[in-house]
Design a protein. Structure first.
Length: 199
């Protein structure tokens, strides 16, 4: 999206924009479901004075903001009268062995960095392979989430085993503070500015 930081745009703004644009089709579906595989159940506090991450960007803040924003936006949409028949699922995949090739560290940036990256890649590959879930099983679980009647209309957070997890204290605090509406209004304002920049 025009004028937006790429990581934040991909992990949050574009996802919610696609969902928003697909609402007419969801309303025509006999069993409408929205599934976002991101980081549901892992909501953490955000910088409430920099919700757009314009001052303090970083990987961890992006993850925390995108996670909380998605859960709160789903809560807002699910509570809207026109969307009360839709199931909104925000799930976390856990460790998944995608089998994707890992980039090889090069010595161009120095020996120490090359050694550290090589060790990190070896350890992380081992942990994911033997402690994670296979790509096939992960895909089957998301197919289950999208087709099973276990989830009633509303906004839900699911763990990697497809179980509904009660909202954690952080999310409840933001819900009670009216942040679902604040985040949705902020999101719409960001979309408006981005679309104005693109036109």
């Amino acid at each position: 999206m025009e004028g937006l930081e790429a990581c934040f745009a991909v992990s949050y703004y574009s996802r919610l924009r696609i969902i928003s644009n697909l609402m007419p089709l969801l309303h025509r579906s006999p069993q409408p479901r929205v599934l976002s595989v991101l980081n549901g159940t892992k909501e953490k506090p955000i910088d409430e004075h920099d919700i757009g991450l314009e001052k303090n960007w970083g990987i961890i803040p992006v993850v925390n903001h995108a996670t909380l924003f998605t859960s709160l936006s789903f809560d807002y949409l699910a509570a809207h009268d026109n969307h009360k028949h839709i199931v909104f699922l925000h799930t976390t995949p856990g460790l998944v062995d995608t089998g994707s090739p890992k980039p090889k560290p090069t010595r161009a940036n120095g020996w120490l960095q090359w050694v550290l990256l090589s060790i990190f890649q070896f350890i992380s590959s081992y942990v994911v392979r033997y402690s994670g879930m296979s790509l096939k099983e992960s895909g089957e679980r998301y197919a289950f989430e999208l087709t099973n009647d276990a989830y009633s209309p509303g906004s839900w957070r699911l763990d990697k085993l497809c179980d509904v997890v009660p909202d954690n204290e952080v999310l409840v605090r933001y819900q009670q503070g009216g942040w679902a509406e604040k985040i949705w209004e902020y999101t719409q304002n960001v979309w408006g500015k981005a679309l104005a920049t693109a036109s």
